[in-house]
Design a protein around this ligand. Sequence first.
Ligand code: SF4
Length: 447
Amino acid sequence: MQSRRPTRQVVLGDERVGFVRIGGGKPTSRHPDATLESAPEHGGPAPVSVQTMTAGYTHDVDACVAEINRMAAAGADIVRVAVPERKDTEALKHILPQVSVPIVADVHFHFKRALEAVEAGVHKIRLNPGNITEREQVNEVIDACKAVGIPIRVGVNEGSIIERKDKQRRMVELGKFFADRGMGKRGHLMSIIIAKLEEYLDIFYERDFHDVTISAKSMDAAFVTTVYREISDRFDHPLHLGVTHAGPKETGTIRSIAALSGLLTQGIGDTLRISYANDPVYEVEDGLELLYSLGLRERKGADLIACPTCGRIQVDLFTLVQDVRQKLRSEVRVPMKVAVMGCVVNGPGEAEGADVAVFAGNKRGIIYVQGERVANIPEDEILDRLLKECLTFQERVEKGEAKLGEKVVDIVPPDPIGELGSGVEKIAAGDVERIGRPTNLTVGETR
Ligand code: SF4
């Protein structure tokens, strides 16, 4: 993993919702709020933040507030809302006092929506250079944001940028540069994006405005990787990563992770949104899990590991894992590692390092807490007992009586002859009662 690339830093938020810093390592942007100095680790590279966007109408105030609060509860650092109409920016005045995360107004086509959103007290504006192009209009938005000290995201999307015929010379120059790097047709698109960003950012620089983040999303994961690398080399603003129109969660996950994990491991990216055609809470959960998995954020809540199951399984593990996940999500605050393993053959080795673990056997499960065996119980009691052990362990951690990741004793696997009714000898002899692995499940389904 490369260290994070230094960028300017932008800060959004206020005293009530708190401040979220994006990027860092280069001179910090101007912010008129004196209380900003009290923001933690001010000036250094900030942890990569996770964003999402509401799916409902912003002018439906109660529903919008409920949606934002659900996202915040899932761990969203920043939430974006669409403001296509005057009634949406009007609604912002009522929404902002009722939420606990910084809000970004997503503005397309009508620069006046940006001015209204700033007046309503929004924490950041997103502009699309593809559809708000008039210099005077952009200047008005910049001046309004500068006056109240809020940043602007310049979001170039593959789907909405247009080739400017008046920038032919620069386009030819960039086109040759990318063609020489073997980018073919994609080089042409890259030329348009870079030329558009250069042209648009010049408007900001002319007004001495640098509180800018940049995004350049595409639905093509490989192109996203290339374009963000190029932008990172050319601009020192924090980058908002994302694969746009990634599709349903099932394929969108793969597309997003394919692009974003590569960039993040190269130190590129300061905030991100994973986009799905699904409940935005999944975007938050998966964005956080990506950052936890790469070691870029400190985990909040339990880290659940589970075996994929195989022909040795003798309990309904898929259902158990989903039930355990739901319970841990709502009841466990500390980042304990919890393992749910299908059998004793590989379970102890695979669960190495787990704070709380269960190894299933023939309709039974043995539970361990930091290597120490605490219960041998029937299948239908596993969920409740496992959760009870997790909560007791959490309490001990919070009281300082136990330490996360510490092994009290080495795990002693259950008796292989048959303590769980399915020891290796029985398995070897084929003398086990299996529940059979489900063969008729569709993706995402459990029995
Ligand atoms: S823990 Fe047991 S059931 Fe699960 S995958 Fe490994 S061998 Fe199979």
